[in-house]
Design a protein around this ligand. Structure first.
Ligand SMILES: Cc1ncc(C[n+]2csc(CCOP(=O)(O)OP(=O)(O)O)c2C)c(N)n1
Length: 597
């Protein structure tokens, strides 16, 4: 069978083929589609866990019961899941555990650009790195075999290009393996990581690393292609594809396993070529280890440390110029800054916050875009869940000076991911900050995934839906209010009231994402702006709504119009307007209405 699959779809397919029937993850670009694709295979269990740490623990448990378990996350998700993972490296897996880390060089959709190959060395866990969809399908199977054979978690690292590019994949329907047998296993010495047991396991980990190093020497996916004795390139993953495109005739050592490295194979390759280049995106991960072997290589002194590579970048670094054939086509498209959708429920809230003289500690989600003009309603963003702790820390540090000036905002999915404990902390340590949960009933930013408050599972089954109000109350917050962010007055008075109060408080700003309402019963008609009534005050444009534009009046019109000297009027794009009504609330001249035409 031949099919065009993205790297993510191929990972899901390969996992299913090799008997994986258990997967957990938390959404995050560029990894999200792996879980979404896997969940559709027959007879599998797949869940969105509330965060990556939980997903990791769920899969460690499944593996302990003998399953082949797949845990999926984006690169920063591994930071969240690192605690259980590092010790699962000691316990081993019993069944099999493969961790997908989908890294994002060039930060297409991430808050940082960390190179998760470092985690393999840090946690003493082997790591495979596919270069295209076919390899993604094959490598995930190999990863599970390695996990079982060496009793270790295994990383499979993808990057955005591999995860999201589609290439032809050949697979064999008849090679689908059955689910592994599961059973309860008791082995306290191996699975109870108190110091006396962990010390013994620590030694096992080092022995395992030695066996893996030997395995790497003959591992078929660490592949040598000797063609040109002058230049040899050591590379892996997507960098291999780019390097091959730019320099098809050089010799290559393509590493399918980037940790641990095949030292003997590298020495052998070095003996066959006169000059070695190490081509890798982000950190000099391979380069430093190869240099440590005493092998002279050229690497980051010519290749960039940051961002994705492409054949042009590689050619420029090596040759000092780019062959036009290697140059990426120059496409001239107008700059289009990201913006909240027309009708986005976050807009009303952040319009109000931007007008108040408060510091808003932000979090990650669609609403993070509110930091930009014209809203400017969010002033920091570090990582998922950070807003609440930061708001608390700021208000404590500022003391009296900060009273009534610190607000933290967090999305519903992010609150359930990592906002609960910092809110508990705020209640416990008597904070003064105001927290706003932007509850749009979905995980909008990554494409509308379910979470524990939506009432549905990843596989579409009905589930219990946590009551955010009750949850916040249980954490010890007594002052809670709920507002509709489509009602500017209500939002303003709720925020002001909470800022004037002492002690921690929470406002739930509740309105379903305009792109994803389960209730589709009452679509509203786009609003109209009457150019005769519009006084050109531009107040409505302060919302930054993509459905609102400014139309200049020509000079003659302005000169002839005795009633108004407006230079222009606001216009509402009828194809974009979702009738949230915010602009009508701001319009003092009554020009914006819900009128019939
Ligand atoms: C540790 C980590 N996991 C996943 C992500 C990807 N991600 C960023 S924000 C977010 C959730 C957004 O949902 P929500 O908080 O409900 O806000 P919304 O986008 O719906 O406004 C996700 C999954 C990330 N940045 N970091």
């Amino acid at each position: 069978m031949r099919e065009l699959l993205s790297g993510n779809e191929a990972i899901a397919r390969g996992a299913f083929e090799c008997g994986v029937r258990f997967a957990a993850g938390y959404p995050g670009t560029p990894s999200t589609e792996i879980m979404e694709a896997f969940a559709k295979y027959p007879g599998v269990y797949a869940e969105w866990s509330p965060n990556e740490k939980v997903a990791m623990e769920v899969c460690i448990g499944a593996a302990l019961a003998g399953a082949r378990a797949l845990v999926v996350m984006k690169h920063v998700g591994v930071n969240v899941a690192a605690d259980p993972l590092f010790t699962a490296s000691y316990t081993g897996t019993n069944g099999a555990l493969v961790v997908i880390t989908a890294d994002d060089p060039s930060l297409h959709s991430s808050q940082n650009e960390q190179d998760n190959r470092q985690y393999a060395r840090f946690a003493k866990i082997p790591m495979l790195e596919p270069a295209d969809s076919q390899e993604a399908l094959e490598f995930i199977k190999i990863a599970f075999d390695i996990s079982e054979r060496f009793d270790t978690p295994v990383f499979l690292r993808s990057t955005t290009r591999v995860s999201h590019s589609k290439s032809v994949v050949t697979y064999d329907e008849s090679r689908i393996h059955d689910e592994r047998k599961t059973e309860i296993n008791f082995n306290a010495e191996k699975f109870v990581m108190v110091p006396m047991n962990a010390r013994k396991r620590r030694v096992v980990v080092e022995k395992r690393m030695e066996s893996l190093r030997q395995f790497a020497e003959t591992f078929s996916e660490n592949r040598i292609e000797i063609t040109n004795p002058d230049v040899g390139i050591i590379t892996s993953g997507i960098s291999y594809q780019h390097a091959k495109d730019a320099f098809p005739t050089y010799s290559y050592l393509k590493l399918g396993m980037v940790y641990p490295l095949p030292v003997g194979l590298i020495r052998y390759f070095a003996s066959k070529v006169r000059k070695i280049l190490v081509i890798e995106e982000l950190d000099p991960f391979l380069e430093e280890q190869i240099r440590a072997l005493g092998i002279d290589v050229t690497g980051k002194e010519i290749f960039p440390y940051t961002g994705e590579f492409n054949p042009g970048i590689i050619e420029q670094a090596i040759m000092g110029k780019v062959d036009p054939q290697c140059r990426l086509p120059e496409i001239s498209i107008p700059q289009r800054p990201p913006n909240l959708c027309p009708g986005c429920p976050h807009r009303g809230l952040f319009y109000v916050l931007g007008k108040l003289k408060v510091f808003v500690t932000g979090d990650i989600g669609c609403y993070t875009l509110s930091f930009m003009k014209p809203l400017e309603g969010l002033h920091s963003c570090i990582c998922m869940g950070a807003s609440i702790g930061m708001a608390h820390g700021m208000s404590k540090a500022l003391g009296e000076e900060g009273r009534g000036k610190i607000v933290g905002v967090i999305g519903d999915s992010t609150f359930l991911h990592s906002g609960i404990t910092p809110l508990l902390n705020m209640a416990y340590n008597k904070s003064d900050a105001v927290i706003i949960i932007c509850d749009n009933r979905t995980t909008a930013m990554t494409g509308m995934q379910e979470h524990p408050a939506t009432g549905f599972t990843l596989q579409g089954e009905k589930a219990t839906s946590v009551d955010l109000y009750a949850l916040v109350k249980t954490l010890g917050i007594d002052q809670i209010s709920v507002v509709d962010p489509y009602d500017l007055k209500a939002v303003r008075s709720a925020v002001k009231a909470e800022l004037n109060r002492s002690g921690p408080s929470v406002i739930i700003s509740r309105r379903a994402c305009v792109l994803f309402k389960r209730d589709k019963t009452s679509p509203r008609k786009p609003l109209l702006n009457d150019p005769e009534k519009c006084n050109g005050c531009r107040l409505c444009l302060g919302l930054g709504c993509p459905a609102l534009a400014w139309r200049k009046r020509d000079l003659e019109q302005v000169a002839n119009d005795v009633s108004s000297k407006n230079q222009g009027v606001a216009v509402i794009d009828q194809n974009l307007c979702n009738a949230c009504g915010l602009c009508a609330q701001l319009c003092k001249s009554g020009a914006i209405t819900e009128e019939k035409r």
